[in-house]
Ligand binder design. Structure first.
Ligand code: AMP
Length: 261
């Protein structure tokens, strides 16, 4: 069984995970659950889009075998105050962890609870949320869960903007301009391959984002396994540039693998 956990407001990025699961698994299950425990900003939780009827139509058309639509009380029964004994370590403190305190604790809790209920053989997650992927990889390893974690490539809009449920909150004009995030990640990769130093590229990237009046929260170049910052292309086998940028108050995250061995 292949499992694709989501928070709904589905787009083609989610559906690419479904397609990959359908190719590789006998049965594909998708969950839609907007997990209150992973939102540190109540306003972000309130505003999170929930077009559930459309989502179900999309999943039906995509040939999903089962859709799991739990209520909050199904996942967190009243009185159940258990929390998993999982320490994501320093990888949960940087980047998203720094700007969204408690986010990864809440995310790990819900993924664990969903895995216990669904019991999949394969778990499909997007590269789009690279840090999330790295933390779930550690959760599966620490708990020795018999689950294969599969990373699916980021699906992008025509201008390079990573597809996200939050993109609908952007104006047409900002959505178009937000393609610059992908361009910056791509040019950064070239500079890095030409022996550029991560800190110099980081400075250039932040500058370029400010110049187009975007509000970057971070732009980090990290070891893909430990998420520790790296400086040069020789510092790790897998190197990933990750960023979070606020555009019209909407928080967009993206990343690009700059080195893979
Ligand atoms: P979410 O509904 O945002 O929690 O996302 C559910 C899953 O879809 C996560 O594993 C995400 O990484 C993945 N995902 C979201 N957007 C994309 C995208 N543009 N390309 C690939 N995977 C994505």
């Amino acid at each position: 069984m292949g499992f694709v956990p989501t928070m709904g407001a589905l787009h083609y990025g989610h559906m690419s995970l479904v397609e990959q699961s359908k190719r590789e698994s006998d049965v594909t299950v998708v969950s839609i659950f907007v997990n209150p425990k992973q939102f540190n900003d109540p306003e972000d939780l309130r505003k999170y889009p929930r077009p559930i009827e459309l989502d179900v139509i999309m999943l039906n058309e995509g040939g999903v075998d089962a859709v799991f639509l739990p209520e909050v009380a199904d996942i967190y029964p009243p009185g159940d105050t258990n929390v998993i004994d999982f320490d994501p370590g320093p990888s949960a403190e940087t980047m998203e962890g720094k700007f969204r305190p408690g986010h990864f604790i809440g995310m790990s809790e819900v993924v664990y609870r969903l895995l216990v209920i669904i019991k999949p053989a394969q778990l499909y997650m997007g590269q789009k949320d690279f840090q999330q992927f790295a933390i779930i990889r550690k959760l599966i390893a620490d708990f020795k869960l018999p689950i294969e974690l599969v990373m699916c490539p980021t699906v992008r809009e025509e201008n390079g903007l990573a597809m996200s449920s939050r993109n609908v909150r952007l104006s047409v004009e900002a959505r178009e301009r937000a393609g610059v995030i992908f361009n910056i990640l791509s040019s950064g990769k070239i500079l890095f391959e030409q022996k550029g130093h991560a800190s110099t590229i980081q400075e250039i990237a932040l500058d370029a984002l400010h110049k187009v009046s975007f509000d970057p929260e971070y732009f980090e170049v990290v070891n893909g396994y430990t998420l520790d910052p790296v400086q040069s292309i020789h510092d790790a086998d897998q190197i990933v540039a990750c960023c979070a940028v606020k555009v019209e108050g909407v928080r967009l995250i993206d990343n690009m693998i700059w080195k893979e061995e």
